[in-house]
Design a protein around this ligand. Structure first.
Ligand SMILES: C[S@@+](CC[C@H](N)C(=O)[O-])C[C@H]1O[C@@H](n2cnc3c(N)ncnc32)[C@H](O)[C@@H]1O
Length: 346
């Protein structure tokens, strides 16, 4: 499956085929945890063709119950019309919805303002940025291939957001730095960690990844990224294991112990611990501090967050053998006090 997954992401990158449409049920499942954030707010879906975007559908149909002020969606008109059948010769447009006017409680065509855009609807265009400035919260599934740039723009304009992205993005230096600084975190996530998207590019995918009956393509490492607070983020991870040097060996090249499963984080270890990246799905900033991350052979002190005690390979090594990418964390509740001092190995 990992092989198929890589193939998916690779093809998304190299061919710039970013046409994966989010399902309404997935949007509903995630958005139900953030309802309080939306009252009186302007929502902008800036990578959304309203003809196919369930984000537009979701917000227009829940406009009143969420208490929205305004909904804006813009769609991207790709230059390469041959590649994007759904975008053929159509102009990029902007849609604005400001709530039900005729009392039927559903968004009807005459209530939705449609304005052609002058440019191609690129989220980086001046037109789109002007709308971004007006918006309070951006909610969408942006192109995977431009994720880094997309997040940088949200940060530049200091926007609240809830967006879909690949878990691979966590290992990007820029994204990880935001995670470490608690400026961006994971949302609730997709059911059982699997995301299914509609795609017009079904021929690109291996059997088992694309289901011709449902028309859906499966991704296993996709998540929601946000800076909207939610309750899961404040739930303590239940720690039931006790530290022993045998069960939790130290890396050759870092003063940190290897914890290969998030649920096995020892309750009584105050020093640095290397955990899988999926730990971030359970991360509560009141319980743990993120010290850094090691995912590649080159050492970057700012990202790794721990002094490098090795010679060359900066990936976390155990007896010369590479482990997977690791996030380094410390248990906040054991810092500074007596418990922390006692729990350290001699
Ligand atoms: C992963 S798809 C998701 C579409 C939609 N947001 C959804 O969730 O169903 C990303 C969308 O971004 C559009 N896109 C690609 N490059 C873009 C850009 N530079 N600016 C705005 N949209 C872009 C693609 O055409 C594609 O429809």
């Amino acid at each position: 499956m990992a092989k198929n997954l890589n193939k998916n992401l690779h093809s998304a990158k190299t061919n710039k085929k970013d046409e994966f449409y989010t399902q309404l049920a997935d949007i509903e499942n995630e958005l139900k945890h953030y309802k309080d954030h939306f009252r009186g707010k302007t929502v902008f879906c800036n990578c959304d063709d309203p003809r196919v975007s369930n984000f537009f559908h979701y917000f227009s149909h829940r406009f009143e119950s969420l208490g929205l002020k305004k909904l804006i969606a813009t769609c991207y008109k790709n230059q390469d019309v041959d590649l994007f059948s759904t975008h053929e010769s159509e102009k990029a447009v902007m849609l604005v919805y400001e709530g039900d006017k005729n009392g039927d409680r559903v968004p009807s065509a005459e209530e939705i303002g449609v304005t052609p855009l002058q440019g191609d609807g690129d989220f980086r265009s001046a037109e789109s940025i002007a709308l971004l400035k007006e918006a309070d919260i951006v909610v969408t599934n942006p192109p995977f291939s431009l994720f880094r740039e997309y997040v940088a723009q949200l940060m530049e304009y200091d926007k609240k957001f809830l967006i879909v992205g690949s878990m691979n993005a966590i290992t990007y230096k820029e994204i990880f730095t935001l995670i470490k600084e608690n400026k961006l975190w994971l949302g609730y996530g997709f059911a059982a960690g699997n995301a299914y998207f509609k795609t017009p590019h079904e021929k690109e995918f291996a059997t088992g990844v694309y289901n011709p009956e449902t028309g859906l393509v499966k991704f296993r490492n996709v998540h929601w990224f946000t800076n909207l607070d939610h309750s899961k983020r404040h739930e303590d991870l239940d720690l039931y294991k006790t530290y022993t040097p045998e069960e939790y060996p130290k890396y050759d090249n870092y003063d940190a112990i290897e914890v290969s499963k998030t649920k096995e984080i020892p309750a009584d270890y105050a020093g640095a611990m290397g955990v899988p990246i999926t730990f971030l799905d359970k991360y509560n900033p009141d319980q743990f501090e993120i010290v850094g991350m090691s995912a590649s052979a080159g050492y970057n002190a700012e990202i790794v967050g721990l002094p490098f005690l090795g010679e060359k390979d900066a990936r976390p090594l155990l007896n010369g053998k590479n482990t997977y990418a690791r996030v380094f964390i410390k248990n906040k509740k054991l810092q500074g006090g007596e418990a922390g001092a006692q729990s350290q190995e001699p």
